[in-house]
Design a protein around this ligand. Sequence first.
Ligand SMILES: [Zn+2]
Length: 309
Amino acid sequence: MLAKLLPAAFCLFLFMPSAQAFEPVTAKVTENVYAIVGESGDRTPENQGLNVTSGFIITDAGVVLVDSAATEGSAKMLETTVKTVTDKPIIDVINIGVQDHHWMGNSYFLEQKIPVIALAHTVENQHQQETMNRMRLSSGIGGKPEDLKVEYASETYDGGEKNLTIGGVEMSLLYLGDAHFPGDAVLWLPKEKVVFTGDIVFNDRMLGVLPDISNVKDWQATFKKVAELKPEHVIPGHGNPSDWMTAQKNTGDYLDWLVAEVSKSLEEMEDLGDTVKRLSADERFNFLQMHEALNGRNIHQTYLQLEAE
Ligand SMILES: [Zn+2]
């Protein structure tokens, strides 16, 4: 009996649909600007690294997509999401981030002859982080780091500012300083007062100060520069779109807290272990998702960075 059942069971297993594909959510920000909110947790085979927030601008000439996701699979998810909102084609892709899930889906759009635009400074940093990005991404979604198809922007601009008008919409690509990754830039729409901040702003979940990559004081200074634009709408690198006050509460206040509290510990010659233990017990930022996993590590990293100054 078992012998007869086994082949049938085996076939059933083979033809079972693969785990449900992940579907990102769109959020309307202004009349012509939308956020695409990916998964809030880790990179998985189902989400193909789309655990980020990106977005798009509908112009008279077509759609400008900000960020290209992590892989061809997640780039396609972005394209499908855009199609649920507008019939207009994607005419340009803009890269603002350096971390894998913001730009490593470029090849999907370049193959369709859609230009990918970035500041040269962002691209230089993408090159420097490529090996690390490949490793981080493949450890989440599976497969070998060397099998990922990685392509860079087709149009790059030198300097820290590039003003563009696409389909009647004015936008500025700005490098305001390093943040989660060196080379992270923002896209600012002055008329709509919308800023796509990439990983300079984390909403809803706690940010991560990465060893050897994120400099907490630089990030704090860059965040304050973004505030000077006086944005009314923020499309962050992670989490839901919001107003600036919310971004300040979730990211700016936390960066200020890390720097101020750890600086006090160093002045008082408190050692690393005691600092991490004492500050981890502070529940002020426990409203942010992933705080259990990240807060202690962030305090630890901040201590090492400020101590080395
Ligand atoms: Zn990110």
